[in-house]
Design a protein around this ligand. Structure first.
Ligand SMILES: *[C@@H]1O[C@H](CO)[C@@H](O)[C@H](O)[C@H]1NC(C)=O
Length: 646
């Protein structure tokens, strides 16, 4: 993906025009209000959970579990009573656990080699910490809402940017882990309008270091570079003295643009290049497919209607044998069956209702993000807004499910109303709960606390379910979609079909195109989920989502056309499953990612990874399946209402 692709200067221009100004400037619309500090005022430093990032020695992720900063095995210095800092629901769900710390930062005052505390590491703690160092864990701090980062130089564009988090320790050349016990904290501040009483934090960089002190700590102990690194002894006890220095540097960066350094697009050229690449392929394919389809359809419809005319004329006497033979093929033949109720209409309508709900939610979320409401300074706003939207849109789910069920001549309407808000969210919640049990068992900070679980259940039962019921009630009262042709009493026999129209091959063929449309973006979303990188390229995501919808609709309609031409009228489930198959590809892609980019080495990590991937793929299955079904439904209604049936 990040191979050496020779991008032209026009691609660069495009990238700068499209990616940089719009996507980043959009972030500061609502934002959080800036905090101004006076000189020497205390600036709190908060600690967040310790998260795995790709290990520096091999670039592979070794774990997916995060830990509380004050997990007893880390033995980090803590204040007398560490307190949780209040967080949004989305922030908690995405694994943030922000707490107070005992670091003392005073605005504008440099301090060197301040002693924090001394901790003793027994064998178990030493083993635990050494293992986390080998796995490439990173410490996450927040100063005034900004993550403490490390300065990194992007070699391709030779720009510097800040990557959130810094190393817990490093693996030395002799593959011994050394533990970082000293932190050089550089805080950049900006003076608003030259007023020394209005100072704002605009950047935080931490350079961690490993220094085995021998003796008392004073303000110069940490300065010499000659101290040996701290090795935690796994066979005995190790005493470690924690120290830190704070340096304040004046910066011209304004508060409004302080996030720019963190939101680094790793080589936007390649990102654009691959996006345009897949977009072109997808668009060309879709246009070809639809134009061929339209031409074929137009021919069919004129032929059918002309035949009709001839047949009417024929009533007067002479018969046209030749025309009768001609009519004996094509999709017109199944007009008496095409609107026959499919098997399991209840399940289908529930999936479709939930699919519609997800569809609208995703659309709204991306729009909010494009408008800049989901700025990274609003920690967890993405998760929060998604949950809120999903809850409120229970109404849409209920309505669509009920109306589809009514149109499919379903009779168990009570079951439909009850199961629509229960089935899919229930599956998601149960899976989520079981995965969480694994995290609990491992004392991981990624485990969602019980109180948050209860809040989610409460939101679900108090808001989502009643809204869904209301939607169902309206949906059942609305008129059903009437089919343009009558359904025969006796079902027609379905002739055997060619190989590629059989269920599995057709699903595999149809599913790959929508997957192709979002493949590039998926890579970045995956690395933001698993490598805790900030994802903010919603412009790209918006384009990809649009492409995916178009492709999904176009290829499914094409498959339904071939299916009907082959006199197979079971298009309802077939269209749903075929379009939903793109989720199968996503899951397969996740498994490939597991093998190539992750090395979780342990049951828990693997189960968690596969569990979450399966969950996301399931939701995606329902989403794309619904897109496929609704476009096919529209198509079938359209073509059968344009021919005359005698
Ligand atoms: C604090 O340290 C930084 C970095 O060494 C330096 O640029 C700055 O002038 C110092 N500030 C004061 C008040 O000494």
């Amino acid at each position: 993906m990040r191979g050496p692709i020779g991008a032209t200067s026009s691609a660069t221009l495009l990238a700068t025009l499209l990616a940089v100004p719009q996507l980043t400037s959009a972030f500061y619309l609502p934002g959080v209000a800036p905090t101004s500090y006076k000189k020497d005022a205390s600036v709190p430093l908060y600690v967040n959970s310790v998260k795995p990032v790709a290990a520096s020695q091999d670039g592979v992720l070794h774990s997916v579990m995060s830990y509380d900063y004050y997990h007893e095995r880390f033995r980090f210095c803590q204040p007398a009573e560490p307190k949780y800092v209040s967080e949004s629901l989305g922030s908690i769900l995405f694994g943030d656990r922000i707490m107070t710390s005992s670091f003392e930062l005073e605005m504008g005052r440099n301090q060197t080699c301040k002693s924090l505390c001394e901790s003793e590491y027994d064998q178990e703690s030493a083993h635990f910490v050494n293992k986390r160092i080998m796995q490439g864990y990173a410490i996450n701090w927040l100063v005034d809402g900004l993550p403490a980062g490390q300065k990194i130089i992007d070699e391709i564009t030779s720009t510097t940017f800040y990557s959130p988090g810094f190393q817990l320790g490093q693996v030395d050349a002799d593959s011994q882990p050394s533990f970082n016990n000293h932190y050089d904290i550089v805080v950049e501040y900006h003076e608003v309008g030259g007023d020394p009483n209005q100072l704002r934090v605009v950047g935080v960089i931490v350079q961690p270091d490993s220094k085995a002190y021998s003796g008392a700590i004073d303000s110069t102990s940490c300065l010499p570079d000659t101290l040996p690194p701290v090795r935690l002894n796994e066979e005995g006890k190790t005493k470690v003295h924690f120290t830190y220095s704070v340096y304040w540097t004046r910066s011209p960066t304004a508060w409004a643009t302080r996030w720019d350094k963190y939101l680094h697009v790793f080589d936007p050229k390649i990102h654009w290049f691959s996006l345009i690449n897949s977009a072109v392929v997808v668009v060309v394919l879709t246009i070809t497919v639809t134009s061929v389809l339209f031409r074929a359809l137009k021919k069919d419809i004129t032929r059918y209607n002309r035949l009709d005319q001839i047949n009417l004329d024929d009533l007067s006497g002479t018969s046209a044998l030749e025309d009768g033979v001609q009519e004996d093929s094509g999709w017109k033949l199944v007009h008496g069956d095409v609107f026959r109720t499919p098997s399991h209409p209840l399940l289908l309508s529930i999936f479709l209702g939930n699919g519609a709900q997800l569809f609208v939610m995703t659309g709204f979320t991306i729009c909010f993000a494009l408008l800049g409401f989901l700025s990274p300074s609003n920690r967890g706003s993405l998760g929060t807004i998604m949950i809120l939207l999903y809850t409120v849109l229970g109404f849409v789910g209920g309505y669509v499910s009920a109306r589809v069920y009514k149109s499919l001549n379903g009779e168990k309407w009570k079951l439909n109303i009850g199961l629509t808000p229960m089935l899919v969210p229930g599956i998601v919640f149960t899976t989520f709960f079981f995965l969480n049990l694994f995290l609990w068992a491992n004392e991981s900070a990624g485990a969602v606390p019980l109180s948050t679980m209860l809040v989610i259940i409460a939101i679900w039962f108090i808001i989502s379910i009643p809204l869904s019921f209301a939607g169902s009630w309206l949906g059942f009262r609305a008129p059903a979609f009437e089919p343009p042709v009558r359904t025969n009493q006796i079902p027609r026999q379905i002739p055997p079909t060619t190989t590629y129209l059989k269920p599995v091959p057709s699903m595999l063929l149809v599913g790959i195109l929508p997957f192709g449309a979002i493949f590039v973006e998926l890579y970045f979303i995956m690395s933001s989920i698993w490598f805790s990188k900030i994802y903010y390229m919603f412009g790209f995501l918006f384009l990809c989502y649009g492409l995916m919808i178009i492709t999904c609709a176009a290829v499914t309609v094409l498959m339904v056309y071939f299916l009907l031409c082959a006199e197979n009228y079971n298009w309802q489930w077939r269209s749903f499953l075929a379009a939903g198959m793109s989720a199968g590809y996503i899951f397969a892609n996740a498994l490939i990612y597991l093998v190539s980019k992750l090395s979780l080495g342990g049951l828990t990590g693997t189960v968690l990874y596969i569990g979450y991937s399966a969950l996301l793929s399931f939701l995606f299955f329902i989403l794309t399946g619904s897109i496929g079904f609704f476009s096919s439904w529209w198509f079938v209604q359209k073509i059968y209402s344009s021919i005359k049936i005698d």
